[in-house]
Write a protein that binds this ligand. Structure first.
Ligand SMILES: [Mg+2]
Length: 248
């Protein structure tokens, strides 16, 4: 069954969901996002309907994800896949490089010199947001490229929504999909990856390699994150009428 061209969620799917721009509307600053009241409960309910095979795959770090979605603490790939958490809540050991402290200092100086720029320090990455000063995008990109070029085997600069980010080259959303699909409750399910950004495309490709789907917020979900949230709420009601009734 389809509605607006997007297939409805099936009980044998494994869902991989990006956060910002997919589940949450983009905010002027990353710390200003608003989490709709019912979203954590809907995600937890849907996870139950899917046997626990619902993951969040985001550029944000694990502790921020847990803060935003509390009390739901999903498995997933955080820091674009640098941090992985399995369905039983175990953080998998990682061997990802950490950007040198000197890079953070250099970017902090850049940000301090240009009001409106914002530096976000993550466990495995450094992001500079220029949404408030779009003209600074090129300068930010060049500065980050210069830093990452000193360790090209380890780090790459990636574009995000009005931001650039230095992150470990090996940290990808595909890695999160591949790792989670290798173990229960994900193994054997049809992976469906929903994202809105260039950093989601390798996750979508990985889902397709496992016989699944990649759905794009914009091209497929033309109604943006609100449409994704409605799609999830509808699936909770369809796949688990007893849960939906108990909560209403
Ligand atoms: Mg996104």
């Amino acid at each position: 069954m389809t509605r607006l061209g997007v297939p409805e969620i099936e009980a044998d799917w494994a869902l991989f969901l990006d956060l910002d721009g997919t589940l949450l509307d983009i905010a002027p600053r990353p710390d200003a996002v608003r989490v709709p009241d019912r979203l954590p409960g809907d995600l937890a309910g849907l996870s139950q309907c899917l046997g626990g095979a619902l993951a969040v795959v985001s550029g944000r770090d694990c502790s921020t994800i847990d803060h935003l979605l509390a009390p739901f603490a999903p498995p997933g790939g955080f820091g674009h896949g640098a941090e992985l958490r399995s369905a039983d809540g175990i953080l998998l050991p990682d061997s990802m490089p950490v950007p040198p402290a000197a890079w953070a200092e250099s970017l902090a100086a850049l940000v301090a010199s240009r009001p409106g720029l914002l530096l976000e320090r993550k466990p495995h990455g450094l992001a500079v947001h220029f949404r408030a000063v779009p003209d600074e995008g090129t300068r930010v990109h060049e500065s980050m490229q210069r830093l990452a070029a000193t360790r090209p085997a380890d780090f790459a600069v990636l574009p995000a929504h009005m931001a650039f980010e230095i992150r470990p080259r090996a940290a990808t959303k595909a890695r999160a999909v591949e790792t989670l699909m290798a173990a229960p409750p994900f193994t054997g399910r049809r992976p469906v990856f929903v994202g809105d950004d260039v950093t989601d495309e390798d996750g979508m490709e990985a889902a397709r390699r496992f016989g699944g789907l990649g759905l794009h917020v914009g091209r497929d979900f033309t109604g943006g994150p609100a449409q994704v949230r409605n799609w999830i709420a509808r699936a909770v009601a369809h796949l688990s009428p007893d849960i939906a009734h108990a909560q209403s």
